[in-house]
Ligand binder design. Structure first.
Ligand SMILES: [Zn+2]
Length: 337
C-alpha cells in the first residue's frame, strides 16, 4: 500500500459518532488561504442516535447546484426526534460545501467534482480530502447510504430514485428494495456514463445498500420535488428499521437505461428547441429536439432524433447548448406499480 494511503484525514469532526441524542456540528477541514491564514472549510453535519439499530448516511449537495437533498436534509436534521430513532442517522446536507455555497456543481476552490473524486486522497485537493473522509470515516459507519442528486444547472430529470446493476445480486436486490421503499414517482435501474470516481461505486464496492436520486434540476427545486425527497427519505429510514412504521407506498413507474444508446450528446452549438417534454413517450427515429444555429437567420436546424423508444427521462437546460453537452436521456418503461 502507498504510504499516502495511510495518512490520517485532516478533517476533524465536532460530533461524536458514538454519542446519543441529536448533535449538530461540523466536519472541519483546514484550508489556508489569502483571506484566512489558518482558516477552515466547515461542513455541517448532524448525528441523531438512539438505542441499537442500523446506521443511515444521508448526503446532499455532492454537487453544489442540486437542491432537493439539502432542502429535505436540513429540514430533517432540524425536526427529527431522537426518541423516534432506533439506530443512527448521519446527515450531511451539503457534502461539497464550498460548491454548495457557490451554487456551482464543482468546487470554486479547486474545480473539484466531488462525485468524480472518490475514493479521494487525504493529501489531495480540498475536494479529494472530503471524498477521502467520506470513504474512510463515514461510509464504514453506515449500513445504508442515500446520496441525493438532481440535474443541477444544466440538466432536468424526471423525479426518480435509482440503484445500479451490481455483480453481487443479493446486494443489488437489497438496493432495489430500498429504491422501491423510497417510492419516488419513477424508479430507475441506472446506467452511468462513467462510474469511475463516484461515491456510488465506492459505497457499492464496500457492500452497502446504496440509493441515489435524480429529482429534477434546472438549478432549483420545487415544492413537489422537495416533498418527494422528504417523503422518500422517511420511507427509506422506515424501510431500514431506523424509524418506526412501514414505508408509505406511492405509485412508481420502473424505468431502465438499457444501454449507452439512451444518451444523446449535442454535436452542434446553438439554441435547443425541444419538441418533446420530460415524461413524454418517444419512438425511435422521431425528432425530440432541434438545435438552431444562432449566428444568422435562414439556416436549417439540426434535428436530434430518439435513438430508442421510451420516455424522455432527462433533458438539457437552459436554452443554449454546446457541442458535447448531454442533450437528452431516454429510458424504457419496464413496469408500472
Ligand atoms: Zn449530481
Amino acid at each position: 500500500m502507498l504510504k499516502t494511503a495511510l495518512r490520517p484525514s485532516p478533517i476533524t469532526p465536532s460530533v461524536d459518532f458514538y454519542g446519543k441524542g441529536v448533535q449538530h456540528g461540523h466536519l472541519r477541514l483546514p484550508y489556508s488561504r489569502d483571506d484566512s491564514a489558518w482558516g477552515s472549510v466547515m461542513i455541517p453535519i448532524c448525528v441523531i442516535a438512539n438505542g441499537e439499530g442500523p446506521t443511515a448516511l444521508l448526503t446532499g449537495a455532492n454537487h453544489g447546484d442540486e437542491y432537493e437533498g439539502p432542502a429535505a436534509l436540513f429540514e430533517l436534521a432540524q425536526t427529527l426526534d431522537p426518541a423516534e430513532v432506533k439506530g443512527r442517522i448521519i446527515i450531511v446536507p451539503a457534502l461539497n460545501y464550498p460548491a454548495f455555497r457557490a451554487g456551482t456543481r464543482t468546487s470554486p476552490i479547486d474545480r473539484g467534482n466531488l462525485n468524480r473524486s472518490f475514493p479521494g486522497r487525504p493529501d489531495g485537493t480540498v475536494t479529494e480530502k472530503i471524498a477521502d473522509y467520506v470513504t474512510r470515516h463515514l461510509i464504514p459507519l453506515a449500513d445504508i447510504v442515500l446520496d441525493f442528486h438532481s440535474g443541477g444547472r444544466t440538466l432536468d430529470f424526471l423525479p426518480y430514485a435509482a440503484a445500479h446493476e451490481l455483480p453481487d445480486k443479493t446486494q443489488e436486490s437489497r438496493c432495489f428494495d430500498a429504491v422501491a421503499a423510497f417510492a419516488a414517482p419513477y424508479s430507475m435501474k441506472m446506467l452511468e456514463i462513467d462510474a469511475v470516481g463516484m461515491l456510488d461505486t465506492t459505497v457499492e464496492e464496500m457492500g452497502k445498500v446504496f440509493v441515489t436520486t435524480e429529482l429534477g434540476g434546472a438549478g432549483t427545486a420545487s415544492a413537489k420535488s422537495i416533498d418527494i425527497a422528504r417523503r422518500g427519505t422517511i420511507n427509506l429510514l422506515r424501510h431500514a428499521g431506523i424509524l418506526a412504521g412501514s414505508p408509505v407506498a406511492a405509485p412508481s413507474r420502473w424505468l431502465d437505461m438499457p444501454s449507452s444508446d439512451c444518451f444523446t450528446f449535442a454535436e452542434d452549438d446553438g439554441l435547443v428547441a425541444f419538441v418533446r417534454d420530460l415524461g413524454d413517450a418517444v419512438t425511435v427515429g422521431e425528432t425530440i429536439a432541434r438545435v438552431y444555429p444562432i449566428g444568422k437567420t435562414g439556416l436549417a436546424p439540426v434535428d436530434y432524433r430518439a435513438s430508442m423508444s421510451g420516455l424522455l427521462a432527462a433533458r438539457h437546460v437552459p436554452g443554449l447548448i454546446k457541442a458535447g453537452d448531454c442533450l437528452s436521456v431516454i429510458a424504457t418503461v419496464t413496469e408500472n406499480t
